[in-house]
Design a protein around this ligand. Structure first.
Ligand code: ATP
Length: 520
């Protein structure tokens, strides 16, 4: 059933160039979310594993939207899911946005294919009309619960006579189509769970495949689409493992070859529950707004689970593609540890700052954020210049976990001149004026701004020349430069601000002390 890729192999024999075509099965995988909510970390991981599997084999990732649960559709979710895959750097090769040969890629636009498949199953006796009312089904359920059994449909409509069916259809009695499950399920080899066999007919009633509204259920739609879209491997969450027996029976009844299956362990919350669309704080969009980088999220979700020879922080997408190993995926679910998020983002932010092109993008982003947050408070527009922002980023890399931190009050001194009072200066040192003058002279005399170490050495020498404690020098400088008591080292502050701005701020402090002397 697999599509084929023609590969031309060339070699030389007797001086003549020859070519031959070999047929390789084409790898086509799909990520098939339902737009009943936004993409969350669990979905992202399943999408990512599909992507890695496809890219490792030169294959294609198809994004198919399973929107047959009409009651739960969330407006905008379909677009948002694809936006987030693109943002994460794992865009599909085929989707309704990107096009492709096997569209439409939205199930509600493929109803004819499902109804054709259902008709064919009805025709061959693998499916039947079911006219049972909701009240009857509810009664069955309650009876089962009362007697301590798992509720299941009793397959009553299997036994309707053709005339009874025709009569009900002619009367327009509401109905669904059910698939006739066979006893004796065949085992299949799951790429993660190994040989698996689930005697589905022994525990479940015949499943609905076409609902009363003409929409298919997941079982029929996924089988029909996987066939028509020539999906070679289905990598999906392990909650579908049990249903696979049903899907294989559907493939057999339709006389189609099934794809290979790999059921992926789920990502769980700390309390052991499955990550779900009903939790807002795990949506990819939320992390993006918080300044989390896409590569951080990819690293985090792969780190939580298995599928790689080893785990290490800081892997990029191309490394993930290289190192992904489906045989290393374990069957147990993985707990998501969001406490690691900051640390992962710090590592990836540092990598971006060290990359010339990515750093230019960060500069632009930070500039936009600064304008948005501090806007009119920024009197000196020089702080918005690329070289200034670049310097700040270089000095803070490895310390900050996200760009947003640089917008916090503790970093406002980088963008806005601080207000310092005479009393504050007096409180930190009686020698504030002397220290300010000495540092202005040091800077004016070409005091080294090449590194924090060099600057520290010179400040230490200066303190001993003044016969002043080094800690007093630090306190005065920290206050005059930032109006803060904590933050990066004073030398780093000076390097970030630059010689001229350091002198301007120290002169302001000096002016305060001079004014006070004049008044006295
Ligand atoms: N927590 C999870 N961990 C790993 N994969 C997941 C997780 N949740 C969903 N998936 C997988 O992501 C794909 C898309 O899932 P879907 O859009 O149906 O989201 P969902 O979270 O399962 O929905 P719901 O919240 O309605 O249960 C499926 O293959 C599903 O198995």
């Amino acid at each position: 059933m697999f599509g084929c890729v023609l590969r031309k192999l060339r070699w030389k024999r007797n001086g003549a160039r020859r070519s031959v075509c070999t047929r390789q099965p084409e790898v086509r995988v799909r990520f098939a979310p339902s737009p009943t909510g936004f993409l969350h970390l669990g979905g992202l991981r399943t999408a990512l594993y599909n992507y890695l599997f496809a890219k490792q084999r030169g294959g294609a990732l198809i994004l198919r939207l399973e929107d047959t649960d009409r009651m739960r559709l969330i407006p905008g979710a379909a677009d948002a899911i694809e936006d987030m895959l693109e943002w994460a750097g794992i865009p599909p090769d085929e989707s309704s946005r990107r096009g492709g040969h096997y569209g439409p890629y939205v199930q509600s636009e493929r109803l004819q294919l499902y109804s054709q498949a259902a008709s064919s199953l009805l025709h061959t006796g693998h499916a039947y009309y079911c006219f049972c009312t909701n009240q009857r089904l509810e009664l069955l359920k309650r009876e089962a619960q009362r007697s301590g059994h798992v509720p299941r449909y009793d397959n009553r409509c299997r036994h309707l006579q053709p005339e009874q069916i025709q009569e009900k259809l002619a009367l327009g009695v509401p109905h669904v189509v059910r698939f006739r499950l066979d006893a004796g399920a065949e085992p299949f080899q799951d790429l993660v769970f190994g040989w698996t066999r689930h005697e589905v007919a022994a525990v479940e009633g015949d499943p609905v495949i076409l609902k009363a509204d003409g929409f298919p259920t997941y079982h029929l739609a996924s089988v029909v689409d996987d066939h028509h879209m020539r999906i070679s491997h289905v990598l999906r969450g392990s909650e579908w493992l049990i249903s696979t027996a049903k899907h294989l029976q559907l493939f057999a009844a339709l006389r189609w070859s099934p794809p290979a299956y790999a059921h992926l362990p789920l990502l769980l919350n700390r309390d052991g529950s499955k990550l779900s669309k009903r939790q807002g704080d795990i949506f990819i969009q939320h992390f993006r707004e918080q300044g989390v980088l896409p590569e951080t999220l990819l690293d985090l979700v792969t780190h939580a689970g298995s599928g790689f020879n080893n785990n290490r922080i800081g892997r990029h997408l191309d490394e993930l593609i290289q190192e992904f190993n489906i045989s290393k995926i374990t069957t147990h679910s993985a707990l998501l540890d969001l406490d690691k998020l900051d640390e992962f983002n710090r590592v990836h932010l540092q990598r971006r700052i060290e990359d010339q092109q990515m750093c230019a993008e960060l500069r632009d982003e930070l500039r936009q954020r600064l304008l948005h947050t501090h806007g009119s408070d920024i009197s000196d527009r020089a702080v918005l210049e690329p070289h200034y922002i670049q310097r700040v980023l270089q000095l803070r890399k490895g310390h900050i976990c996200s760009l947003r931190e640089l917008l916090d009050h503790s970093y406002s001194y980088l963008w806005i001149r601080p207000r310092v009072s005479l009393q504050q200066l007096k409180d930190v040192s009686a020698e504030a004026a002397v220290i300010a003058v000495a540092v202005i002279q040091l800077v004016g005399a070409g005091g080294s701004f090449s590194s924090t170490e060099q600057l520290n050495r010179e400040l230490k020498l200066m303190a001993s020349r003044l016969n002043t404690k080094y800690s007093s020098v630090m306190r005065v400088l920290r206050l005059a430069l930032s109006a803060q008591q904590k933050g990066p080292s004073v030398a780093e502050m000076m390097l970030s601000l630059g010689e001229q701005e350091v002198c301007v701020r120290l002169q302001k402090a000096l002016d305060l002390t001079n004014d006070s002397i004049c008044v006295e």
